[in-house]
Design a protein around this ligand. Structure first.
Ligand SMILES: [Ca+2]
Length: 335
């Protein structure tokens, strides 16, 4: 396999890549109204082997080496953040997303719903990504699309900055990359997917990805051409839906393809600085012929102001102090 294979979201920064900047948007935190823990699954403390056990990954993605990590108990959204939840956030705060401020976002070429004048061009490295004026979270395919019937679909066209602003408002945070993979594995050890090693359950799809001939023709054999409702597929062993497929999910870490070699053994948090943020899980545009990043070990990254029609997030939260955490789940390490 080639060392690099960009495809997941448009290559390159929206405007200018910013240096390390960990400030958060100045929005009200949950504060005295308490932390809303609805929709959060308890992820038990434990240790497991993270990384690519199969040699599936592209070398440039840095999925190896397989390494053992201990993760403290935490909580993670059972689903990605929905359009309904994001609308509540916007209603409460007036938050304006990066895509709205910039006036455009990236839409997959066959999905564009816009007049020709609003089609701004494509990304040189990934020509299936079209810059569309007026594409944003309320208009996932462009100005001629809307959220009708999609309240329970994942919000998309949200930058890392938008995701962090939502999380702060909700009294939550983004998961670390290690938390994300640990949770995605759902208590299984050394498997390829959140449910095991087989992509299909007989003739039944277990994930929303791309079937057909990428990037020209999506046959949508799994039932979905673009996003699916956040609970459209069965959850993993921790009660988490669609940790792979559907939409990419922002994590809190800066991305470094060499990060695993120097990773802390316990609760790693990623490099101290960087220019691109980790995203995990793949999306409805992943296809085995080009980008097999719909695996629990797969990694990718994008500048924090990036947005696209296949990029969303889910929130994490620290386990409340009064919740027992002294029941570690120790797993067998297969690697
Ligand atoms: Ca699909």
């Amino acid at each position: 396999m080639s060392d690099q294979r960009p495809c997941c979201v448009p290559a390159g920064p929206r405007s200018s890549a910013r240096a390390a900047d960990d400030t958060t948007t100045d929005l009200p935190a949950a504060g005295s109204r308490g932390v809303d823990r609805t929709g959060l699954a308890a992820i038990p403390a434990g240790r497991t082997a993270l990384g690519d056990h199969f040699g599936d990954g592209y070398a440039g993605d840095g999925e190896g080496p397989v390494h053992e990590v201990e993760v403290s108990a935490f909580q993670l959204g059972t689903t990605t953040v929905t359009n309904r939840a994001f609308a509540a956030f916007v209603d409460a705060t007036g938050h304006r997303t990066t895509a709205e401020a910039e006036g455009y976002s990236a839409v997959f070429h066959t999905d564009v719903a816009a007049v020709v004048a609003d089609v701004l061009g494509h990304s040189p490295a990934t020509p299936w990504w079209i810059g569309v004026r007026g594409a944003d979270w309320r208009h996932p395919e462009g100005p001629r699309s809307d959220l009708g019937g999609r309240d329970e679909h994942p919000v998309v066209h949200v930058s890392h900055d938008d995701a962090r602003a939502f999380a702060r408002w909700a009294g939550r945070r983004l998961p670390t990359e290690a938390e994300w993979e640990y949770a995605a594995r759902g208590g299984l050890s050394g498997r390829r997917y959140p449910w095991g090693d087989d992509l299909m359950d007989g003739d039944r799809w277990q994930v929303n990805i791309f079937q057909g001939s990428f990037p020209a023709a999506n046959t949508a054999e799994d039932g979905w051409t673009t996003t699916a409702p956040v609970t459209a597929y069965s959850p993993n062993g921790y009660g988490l839906h669609q940790m792979v497929g559907n939409v990419w999910e922002w994590c809190s870490d800066w991305f470094d393809p060499t990060a695993y070699a120097a990773r802390a053994r316990r609760d790693p948090r990623g490099p101290a600085s960087g220019t691109v943020r980790v995203m995990r899980g793949g999306s409805f545009l992943c296809h085995d012929s080009y980008c097999n990043r719909y695996r629990v070990a797969a990694r990718s990254a994008a500048p924090p102001d990036s947005s696209a029609s296949n990029l969303g997030f889910r929130c994490a939260a620290d386990t409340p102090i009064d919740t027992p955490t002294d029941v570690p789940v120790t797993k067998e390490i297969d690697a």
